[in-house]
Design a protein around this ligand. Structure first.
Ligand SMILES: [Zn+2]
Length: 68
């Protein structure tokens, strides 16, 4: 069979391509996509939390400079 990602010849029934490391079966591809989606979502949530925290700290600092 031929790897769908890099186009190199790989052994039939192989779970992943030895050249580019991408999974070959549809289930593995789905799992791979799911894993990437999960990690991207996790990083996005972390970024949003970090931005919210920075905004919170900034607001508190502005309040402190106004009242004191
Ligand atoms: Zn490949």
């Amino acid at each position: 069979m031929i790897c769908k990602t890099c186009g190199k010849e790989i052994r039939d029934g192989a779970k992943g391509c030895p050249y580019c490391g991408r999974p070959t079966s549809n289930e593995d591809r789905l799992l791979f996509k799911l894993l990437i989606a999960c990690s991207v979502g996790f990083i996005a949530i972390l970024c949003i939390l970090a931005i919210l925290y920075m905004v919170y700290v900034l607001v508190m600092m502005i309040k402190l400079t106004i009242y004191y």
